[in-house]
Design a protein around this ligand. Structure first.
Ligand code: ZN
Length: 162
């Protein structure tokens, strides 16, 4: 079975940002499993995997538009220190998750702390980066009805809660 919509794909991958230094990868012997066509992985990689057979290995460079998006300077905000809980361990580079008005989890990173003001960056850490993937399709199987309904792949133990 080749990669197509509503298949679950096992991927071994390594990601670097152009200099060969791996910033993310699947664990050895433990491929990432995702539901193809569900937007679980970046669009550029998902497109490149379409129709591939198990065992296929390839490299692909994904532009920011097809990756984590371009950086948005509007997504960099300055907020008072008091906007954070008093005991929050604020330091440059620290990552937090806040909940917005629509109850969505929004990750942010602290860029600068100065004079009681904290500069926070809501951009994805890989926004603006060209993503270089080194990919092997480990296996492909049909998705279950439940996986299709949930919009994601389930693990072998199937022990997750919704
Ligand atoms: Zn599920």
């Amino acid at each position: 079975m080749n990669v197509a919509k509503h298949t679950v794909v096992g991927l071994a991958y390594a990601l670097h940002l152009g200099d060969g230094k791996v910033v993310d990868s699947s664990d050895a012997g433990e491929p990432l499993r995702y539901l193809h066509g569900g937007g679980q992985i970046v669009p550029g990689l998902e497109k490149a995997l379409e129709g591939r057979a198990p065992g296929a290995s390839f490299q692909i460079a994904v532009s920011p538009d097809d990756g984590y998006g371009v950086r948005d300077e509007q997504a960099v905000r300055v907020v008072p220190r008091e906007a954070f809980p008093p005991d929050a361990p604020l330091e440059v580079g620290a990552e937090f998750t806040v909940v917005d008005e629509a109850q969505r989890q929004v990750p942010l990173r602290i860029q600068k702390i100065e004079d009681g003001l904290v500069t926070v960056d809501f951009n994805h850490p890989l926004a603006g980066e060209t993503l270089h993937f080194d990919v092997t399709v480990v296996d492909v199987r049909a998705a279950t009805d439940e996986e299709i309904a949930h919009g994601h792949a389930h693990g072998d133990d199937d022990a997750h809660v919704h």
